[in-house]
Design a binder for this molecule. Structure first.
Ligand code: LLP
Length: 420
């Protein structure tokens, strides 16, 4: 297993001190299971490497927005990175603070800007000139000044999947590097904006440090130009994106990653600046698994299928990105393995969770889909009118239901039929 919070005891998978088989028995499947200890350790790895430096960790809420997960981070003093007013509401409900929250995203609406300004978020990461104008107007209508940083697109290759690479010129994100200096001047001239920082986010599931250092070099060069133009940049936000081990990837360790970036910033003579991190996946990805039960085995001439009760609506990553998630038995069987595609019940050929997996399984067996804590439940849907899974948080020997399984009647409760 990729994280020691999930391990076998006498052939049975455990989440911390709790058997995954008993969790499935008690709460049913499909079931997301998170480990508080794994969440805590990942956050601590960031926070410890930042200690003594003006550096702040903002948890990217989009990766996992369950209130219990956010609350674990809030209790440790984390900041948050949000991309909607819905995520802001979650942060506040989970005990996070607006004044330690940054608002990212390429298409914030005026209503979202208003809510975030009224709540008092720490900074808006703005991505275009029209957005600067919109924010200036909203701030004016509230008699406030909005703190802004511009998300600059450094045009570096993060060497990751094209769908989750965001720092190239061809992406929709950020202000083009060549326009950034002029855009800062425009922002500075707007009376209801307060320029406070600079921001970038080059992609996700990045397994090397070098793209970050390239991006930092460009960003810091820009900071010097902007300050020469009379603005002062208090913080440099390096975004998120650090990868995790799904299979055989070898991303840098969190502490090494943070220390390398901070050292680089120091070396470039910017050690006094506040540095913001926006990690998502590396905090939650390996802190969660998705438990599923085998419904049927379907042998075939070309392929054999293990049809399970979780589907692409529960975990979209394989269907969307051809992402690999390890799939392991919850109770190990002493029997020969056969090769299966692990697929769900949804009526789409794209509904698969793992391909060509060697498994010793029988109908009724439980499987764990690993590394499912990030972009798992949050990307789930009700396609095929499938209720979304329940979520559990394990803490030592205890397991708590932190989101109830949806019921079918909830799914159409807001719908109505024509009166005649
Ligand atoms: N900050 C910004 C502005 C972002 O857009 C993202 C992720 C993050 C931080 C957090 O990145 P992380 O540390 O999690 O890599 N659904 C895809 C990933 C999309 C990431 C989008 N942005 C997946 O399942 O792989």
């Amino acid at each position: 297993m990729s994280d020691s919070a999930f391990h076998y005891v006498d052939g049975v998978l455990h989440a911390e001190g709790v058997s995954a088989a008993s969790l499935a028995q008690q709460f049913g499947t499909p079931l997301y299971v998170y480990s508080r200890d794994a969440l805590t350790r990942a956050y601590r790895a960031y926070a410890d490497a930042c200690a003594g430096r003006p550096a702040v960790v903002h948890v990217a809420v989009k990766a996992n927005s369950n209130l219990a997960v956010l609350n674990v981070f809030a209790r440790m003093g984390a900041g948050f990175d949000i991309v909607s007013s819905g995520e802001l509401a979650r942060v506040l409900a989970a005990g996070g603070k607006a004044e330690n929250t940054v608002f990212s995203g390429v298409g914030k609406s005026a209503a979202e800007m208003r809510e975030a300004l009224e709540a008092g978020v720490k900074c808006f990461n703005v991505e275009s000139i029209p957005e600067l104008h919109a924010l200036n107007e909203v701030a004016k209508s509230l008699g406030k000044r909005a703190p802004v940083s511009l998300r600059v697109n450094p045009d570096v290759d993060a060497k990751t999947h094209p769908y989750i690479s965001t720092g190239l010129k061809s992406n929709k994100f950020g202000v083009a590097f060549s326009d950034a200096r002029a855009t800062y001047r425009e922002a500075h001239a707007m009376p209801n904006l307060d320029v406070v920082g600079i921001d970038c986010h080059i992609g996700s599931q990045i397994t090397e440090i070098s793209p970050y250092l390239d991006a930092l070099d460009k960003l810091l060069e820009l900071v010097e130009q902007i300050e020469a133009d009379g603005m002062s940049i208090r913080h440099v936000d390096v975004g998120g994106g650090l990868g995790i081990t799904y299979d055989d990837e070898t991303p840098p360790d969190i502490g090494d990653f943070v220390r390398a970036l901070l050292a680089h910033i120091q070396k470039r003579g910017h050690g006094q600046r506040e540095v913001y991190f926006e990690p998502g996946r590396s905090l939650v990805g390996n802190a969660g698994v998705l438990l599923t039960r085998v419904e049927y085995l379907k042998p075939g001439e070309v392929k054999s299928f293990a049809i399970v009760d979780a589907a692409m609506n529960d975990l979209a990553r394989p269907a969307m990105y051809e992402a690999f998630h390890r799939i392991v038995p919850v109770v190990k069987r002493d029997a020969p393995a056969h090769r299966y595609d692990v697929v769900g019940p949804v009526c789409e050929s794209g509904d698969w969770l793992g391909r060509d997996r060697d498994l010793a399984v029988e109908p009724g067996d439980l499987l764990a889909i690993c590394s499912a804590g990030a972009y798992g439940f949050v990307m789930s849907s009700n396609y095929n009118t499938r209720p979304r899974a329940a979520e559990i948080m394990v803490d030592g020997e205890r397991a708590r239901l932190v989101r109830q399984r949806e019921e079918v009647r909830q799914l159409f409760a807001g719908e109505s039929i024509l009166p005649d």
